[in-house]
Design a protein around this ligand. Structure first.
Ligand SMILES: [Ca+2]
Length: 643
């Protein structure tokens, strides 16, 4: 239970008793003898015999992808490490401008300069490059050591309104041209002229493939005034373990803009070299380490396009390094007792909801249990029906928008006994889902420092976001309704970051916010009850920073909020918030306590913002300790009752 006695306002952290969540990954001691029928694996390649058990007899390393599995194979990593994308890859020196413009050819970029992220926008590291329109930066030569494989010539671009052209030279200084052909169509993939990232910033890239090994360099030309970072040539599109029903060769930049998935590009036209997995079956991978060897872009520890094969992944440690370096993408999977270590500084496109460290699409009663996430842009993306998600620990680090510890689509999931303790970012997103139950978890959520997309406006993190973007009931795209969130322990830390406002003209307006619940629902009723919520605003008098147990806006259906126990040093509710009007919330039998040590006066409810109005809000039977019921309302015609 919450140790409320330790709550000392202001400034001291609340101590929360640990929940039952556990991280169960444990290294396996390799065995040296195989059992009858087991097949030893000592090199990368294929495990092509259906139904067989393959056992690693040593660590194995591949400069490209690692192993491809046939239907019903069990892969026992036997305590060993499978390293993929692991070779003598080089990186562009000073790719992140942390050493100013050292190593870069600026002869065509006389006004380029390295600028501090603290004075512009956050991205990666302490510096980015300001590249004025019309100027072009040229990298030193680096060796691409492996022939006829995919690389991305990539550049981080900090905002959608900034456009770049990306091109590559060979060792003789001649432009490299690559094209992808499908059917009778040809698409140029290098160079990529005049491209912008998606909203929120991300990466633009040219896709290199089919080239001889050798020395290459990247050119980035600013088509508008730009802020850029992390300009590099990296191996792309590898997998540690592949399960192939289809090759999805949609890997060039336009496919990102179109939202296409990609898988196994370098096996396009070489499908006969790998086992194809069709129809129902179960593939098991267990007991070892799958590691991306070099900083790679857009790779996966395990990737499956087999629609009907269930993956069982147990006691595997994943080490993911690079932009869009993920642990697992597949259709249906049980993920048990795994450890997912991610160093993923940013994403190519934060709008792609499958781009999570673990992405299980089409779950059918999947079990995701006993896992630990450390770092990463979000934790688990799940779709499908009736997943059991329990006893996991989420210590993710989200610097992109709309990635969560759990971003569930689908219905009927049960999420319980987890610890959500992001290093940065939010807890759970419940979107157009029904029948999701979230109970007996612990959340520790703190207001975030500014991020690239939201450096000069408000940016919120929340323990649980419920949103169908105020859909009408019966909306064809689905609604957020019939979900229940109960018996959780939720600690919210409000913080201010005045140092960013002081240092930067663009971050003057940064407003960090933290909420227990962020509700913007129109399609139906959700129930939130019997939670223990503690809000400790560490800068309660800041005009810029906000923290609320419940933040309801853009929400025609505020839901049923009852028997929660809220302890807070700031208003518990903001209804008809800065996110929009609110209506039809039932707030019954909650207890709101102002800790005894808190001297500042406040009303427990804030209502309205600009022209937004609260309508038909029902307070009934609530208890207020050390403060009285009261509403700090704007002068709009709000309607509420209090009984
Ligand atoms: Ca940088």
């Amino acid at each position: 239970m919450l140790t409320l006695k330790s709550f000392r306002m202001p400034g001291l952290m609340l101590l929360l008793a640990c929940a039952a969540a556990r991280a169960e990954y444990a290294p396996t001691a390799p065995r040296t003898t195989l059992k009858d029928g087991e097949i030893g694996v000592s090199a990368p390649g294929v495990c092509a015999q259906r139904g067989a058990t393959y056992v690693l007899t040593q660590d194995i390393t591949s400069p490209t992808s690692g192993l491809f599995l046939a239907q019903n194979v069990t892969l026992d990593l036997n305590g060993h490490t499978l390293s993929f994308a692991s070779g003598p890859y080089e990186r562009v020196p000073n790719h992140g401008f942390e050493e100013g413009l050292a190593h870069w050819d600026t002869s065509q970029a006389p006004r380029a300069e390295a600028v501090e992220t603290a004075r512009t926008r956050p991205f990666v590291g302490k510096y980015v490059c300001r590249l004025p329109r019309g100027e072009e930066l040229v990298s030193p030569y680096v060796t691409l050591p492996v022939a006829r494989r995919s690389y991305y010539a990539m550049v981080g671009v900090l905002a959608k309104e900034m456009r770049v052209s990306v091109s590559v030279d060979d060792a003789q200084g001649r432009p490299v041209s690559c094209a992808f052909q499908f059917g009778t169509n040809t698409r140029q993939s290098c160079p990529e002229p005049n491209r912008e990232p998606k909203l929120g910033g991300g990466f633009v890239f040219a896709h290199l493939h089919g080239l001889p090994a050798g020395k290459y360099r990247i050119r980035v030309k600013a088509e508008t005034d730009c802020l850029i970072d992390e300009v590099d040539l990296q191996p792309a599109l590898d997998v540690g373990v592949g399960i192939v029903e289809q090759v999805l060769p949609w890997a060039y930049y336009k496919c990102i803009l179109d939202g296409d998935s990609t898988a196994f590009f370098d096996w396009h036209g070489r499908e006969k070299e790998v086992p194809l997995v069709k129809g129902p079956g179960t593939i098991t991978i267990m007991n070892g380490v799958i590691r991306g060897g070099a900083a790679g872009v857009r790779n996966w520890g395990i990737q499956s396009t087999a629609k009907q094969a269930k993956l069982v992944v147990k006691n595997v440690k994943f080490v993911c390094t690079g932009v869009n370096a993920f642990a697992l993408e597949g259709g249906d999977a049980d993920v048990l007792d795994c450890r997912i270590e991610s160093e993923t500084p940013f994403l190519i496109d934060r709008h792609r909801q499958a781009d999570y460290p673990v992405s299980v699409r089409g779950a059918k009663r999947s079990v995701i249990a006993g896992n630990e996430w450390i770092g990463g842009q979000g934790g688990l993306n799940i779709d499908g029906q009736d997943a059991e998600i329990h006893h996991n620990v989420f210590r993710v680090q989200q610097t992109v928008t709309n990635h969560y510890c759990i971003g569930p689509g689908g219905d009927g999931h049960k999420i319980h006994d987890n610890v959500f303790e992001p290093q940065q970012g939010s807890g759970i997103y419940i979107g157009r889902s029904k029948g999701v139950e979230v109970h007996d978890n612990v959340f520790r959520i703190a207001a975030s420092p500014p991020i690239c997309e939201y450096a000069h406006t408000d940016y919120s993190v929340s323990a649980v976001r419920l949103s169908d973007y105020n859909a009408k009931p019966g909306d064809a795209k689905g609604v957020c309704a019939g979900n229940s969130v109960y018996r959780n322990k939720i600690f919210i830390a409000g913080r201010d970051y005045p140092e960013f406002r002081a240092s930067s003209p663009t971050m003057k307006g940064y407003e960090p916010r933290a909420y227990g619940f962020f509700i913007s629902v129109g399609g139906g009723v959700n129930r939130i009850y019997e939670n223990e919520i503690v809000v400790e605003h560490q800068a309660p008098d800041s005009a810029m920073a906000g923290a609320y147990a419940f933040f309801i806006g853009g929400s025609d259906n505020g839901g049923e909020i009852f028997r929660n126990r809220i302890t807070t040093n700031v208003p518990a509710f903001w209804i008809a918030s800065s996110y929009g009007p609110a209506a039809n919330a039932k707030i019954h039998e909650n207890t709101v306590t102002k800790p005894a040590g808190v001297a500042r006066a406040f009303k427990p409810v804030r209502m309205g913002c600009s022209s937004f109005t609260a309508t038909n809000i029902e307070f009934k039977g609530n208890t207020f300790v050390n403060l009285a019921f009261g509403v700090d309302a704007t002068d709009r015609p709000h309607t509420y009752t209090n009984n």
